[in-house]
Design a protein around this ligand. Sequence first.
Ligand code: B12
Length: 274
Amino acid sequence: MVAMDDLLSTKEAAALLGVGPTAVKRWADAGELACLKTAGGHRRFRRGDVEAMRRSGNASETDDLETESDRWIEALLNPRQDQVYAVEGLLLQARAQEGAWYRVAERLGAVLTAIGERWQRGELSVLDEHLASERLARAVGRVVAAMPTGPTMPAALLVTVVGDDHTLGLSLVELCLREAGWRVLWAGRATPVEEIATHVATDAVRMVAASASLHSQDQQALAHWLAMLGLICREHAVHLLLGGSGAWPEPPAFGTRIRNFRELASYLAGAKQH
Ligand code: B12
């Protein structure tokens, strides 16, 4: 007879394996991880089985991400015509499975990277990339529009660095910020840094989240952009978050470099909002 405390829920097993609940459900369904079902149909895992899988080193999410990227790219490129909100549905389903938007954002980051790789390999046309990224941007926009907000929430200004039109990373950041109780001012692409600095000086925002994609490879230009904004953010105690795979100076003279959404989630958990 297995003692109750040796049975783990999907979330507990996922935490022990350092992966998302989706991967654990997939391995259970594929018979790669033994699983019991409660009368209510909930999955339960013996601690011993989970630890054995952890020791085996087979608990990697790559195989899960590959198939998941396929599914997302398929949904973004060939959305079902009978389901106008197909992509939105996938987003909300992923949120329900993952339990937090930053986990969904982590996975979508991999999907966007996969889109870039396929474009580079010539498997996707520029038109495909435009259609896919716009469908995702709009679906995220609709999800965000339905999230609660209020004038008393602290405001975060979202911008890309000059010359960078890649805003999807910022869209994912917006999901995370809203879930953490921030109000978002979306300035997006091509906002002169001088105007951002002037706005910060009015104390209207508590945070600036800046994105530089792989397209922003000029480290000097980014260092200059940062110098134009960093001091004023420091003087006004405004959080300055630097994200994306662009060539940010390492370490940055101002602001906090955020490498992934897990880091963003822990930063927001500790961030003073007022
Ligand atoms: C979608 C896309 C586009 C779309 C963007 C649509 C949109 N609304 O964003 C469009 C079609 C507009 C586009 C245009 C171009 N693109 Co493009 N694009 C991409 C693609 C496929 C995904 C971009 C993306 O969202 N990536 C998300 C992830 C992967 O980016 P990330 O920087 O790592 O950021 C992650 C995190 O750090 C976080 N994050 C991002 N920002 C921030 C900010 C904060 C504060 C935080 C906390 C987190 C965070 O979120 C991201 C997700 O995990 C990338 C491929 C790639 N690997 O990035 C190519 C890519 C960036 N593009 C590229 C290129 C070349 C171009 C064009 C020049 C093509 C052209 N000839 O027109 C133009 C340039 C336009 C410009 N001036 O910026 C190249 C850049 C390579 C290079 N060295 O320059 C890439 C890498 C494709 C490739 N494989 O070659 N692109």
